[in-house]
Design a protein around this ligand. Sequence first.
Ligand code: FDM
Ligand code: MG
Length: 211
Amino acid sequence: TYGKTSSRGKLIVFEGCDRSGKSTQCAMLTERLRKDGHKVEQLKFPDRTTSIGHMINNYLANKEEQRDEVIHLLFSANRWESMQKMSNLLLGGTTLVVDRYAYSGIAYSAAKGMDLQWCRQPDVGLIKPDKVIFMTLSADRASERAAFGEERYEKKEFQAKVEKIFEQLFEKSYWQNVSGDGTVEEVHNDVYGVVSQIVSSDCGPLEKLWT
Ligand code: FDM
Ligand code: MG
């Protein structure tokens, strides 16, 4: 057997504000890594397909109200309900490319004025990413992109607050900022440069976030 297949898959997380290009880049990276011969699956949070995900979707679509604490815990529970599946895939050698994770959970809630440490607590113990790609986008480039939709949080002033909190969450050892200002191909090449090595390397056992 090959050394590569015996090592676990890697957890690659994309974070950033709305319209920073995360979804496009997740899809391109997944395709590229598959072409390289890796087993790769793409996931996104919130996962709107579960019962908890339906509640989150109704909240985001402004069809239902929830206390800030309640929706925060639902977003976290929506990640916890994926942990068994994710660890099975990772340990089986599949790399996961994930659109948003616990950092979005904290940034969007804390941007409402909630206590950051309180917000972090429910996600303590999730599988720790091997790499977080934080997509940045200048205000100028952001304003050139398509207008925001109708969902909750899709407001310029709120997004600026979210960006500030993301900056506080930066963890030197495994975060990498990638500018979303280039063409999709340019940004993709930067992203690929950041992850191609880690995906082929041996990262040791899965770790728990913030423990
Ligand atoms: N969001 C996303 C949160 O508020 N908390 C979370 O834990 C996560 C994962 O949900 F405004 C917000 C971020 C965004 C909205 O996300 C929906 P997508 O990526 O647009 O589906
Ligand atoms: Mg959105």
